[in-house]
Design a protein around this ligand. Structure first.
Ligand code: TYM
Length: 329
């Protein structure tokens, strides 16, 4: 299993956690799991070097704070494992220009930025992601719904390469948990919570002061009805809050609907804010402890990179041999 997260802004948001990281923590118990802070992906849009370095540390610390255990999984920084960029180049040469042009995330981002500010790196971003996944022979990739199309191109490229050169790559399946596949913006519950698009009031950053986040949860947009019921189409705001509450507490949405029968939206929001605070406070403490011990964080990441390279280099060697590169003596 492999997955990755960008260190774009310091704090992860609640969508990142519920859509992906929470699954990562659970899956390290049952799978040989590789998890990367994907800093190579982060420079596809403009980054400040000092901030990127800091955000990479903060990202790794949050993953540990969320419960990744370096003895149970391999946690590493993508740029520490050069095989990612190396395999990405090879896979670029098997990707159609039209195929890459159809990626919706690329189309959306490049349309917003304009052609002159859009980098070729952003265009080939999905192919780097393909390399991330295929290097580890991952058969499952835990992600949120917004990554589904990138998983499809990964499968297509793995199959294409295998057909042409013989069995080389495992063809991966997306691992998407339906209930939390898409967490929505608190102020605009028809669009996903997102680092780049959400307004400050619509997004819960995990490292923000818990009181600020509680306030945002309490002022989430709902509707003019009063019934607390899950209905994604007619009641997107309430449904989003129920999904979040259910994921954080482990209580089913059905159970919550019964619990809140006859109660007002205020009750749901207050209880959710309390449950969130109860979860986020120890998360922040654990994250801070890792940030306060940079030597330990470096040790974990060095050990992770070494373990990751052991697997990645094996796959890359097979690929180099198959495409016909002369071995270096
Ligand atoms: P990124 O860094 O944007 O997001 C990290 C993970 O969080 C999920 N996510 C969400 N899930 C539910 N609701 C939301 N509102 C929400 N917002 C984000 C994302 O689906 C993702 O799983 N391209 C990837 C990083 C990547 C990667 C990989 C992932 C690079 N290489 C290889 C898997 C395998 C990305 O930008 O995720």
């Amino acid at each position: 299993m492999l997955s990755g997260i960008q260190p774009t802004s310091g704090s992860f948001h609640l969508g990142n956690y519920l859509g992906a990281v929470r699954q990562w923590v659970a899956l390290q118990e049952t799978h040989d799991a590789f998890y990367a802070v994907v800093d190579l992906h982060a420079i596809t849009v403009e980054q400040d070097p000092v901030a990127l370095r800091e955000n990479t540390r903060v990202s790794a610390a949050q993953l540990l704070g969320a419960g990744l255990d370096p003895d149970r999984c391999t946690l590493f920084v993508q740029s520490h494992v050069p095989e990612h960029a190396q395999l990405a180049w090879v896979m670029n040469c098997f990707t159609g220009f039209g195929e890459a042009s159809r990626m919706t995330q690329f189309k959306d981002k490049s349309a917003k930025q304009g052609a002159d500010r859009t980098t070729v790196g952003l265009f080939t971003y999905p192919v780097l992601m393909v390399a991330d996944i295929l290097l580890y022979q991952a058969d499952a990739v835990p992600v949120g719904e917004d990554q589904r199309q990138h998983l499809e191109i990964t499968r297509d490229l793995a199959e294409r390469f295998n057909t042409r050169f013989g069995q080389t790559f495992t063809v991966p399946e997306p691992y998407i948990v339906k209930e939390t596949a898409k967490i929505y913006d608190l102020q605009e519950p028809s669009v996903k919570m997102s680092k780049s698009a959400s307004s400050p009031k619509g997004i819960i950053n995990l490292l923000d002061d818990a009181r600020t986040s509680a306030k945002k949860l309490k002022s989430a947009v709902t509707d003019t009805d009063t019934v607390i019921r899950y209905d994604q189409e007619k009641k997107p705001g309430v449904s989003n809050l129920l999904s979040i509450y259910s994921a954080i507490t482990g209580r089913s949405v059905h159970e919550l609907e019964q619990h809140f029968e006859g109660k007002m939206y205020g009750a749901l929001k207050t209880e959710l804010a309390d449950a969130f605070t109860e979860w986020v406070t120890p998360f922040q403490e654990r994250t801070r402890a890792y940030l306060d011990d940079p030597a330990e964080l470096d040790r974990v990441l060095a050990q992770g990179a070494e373990k990751a390279r052991a697997t990645a280099s094996r796959t890359l060697a097979a690929v180099y041999e198959r495409v016909g590169f002369l071995p270096a003596k």
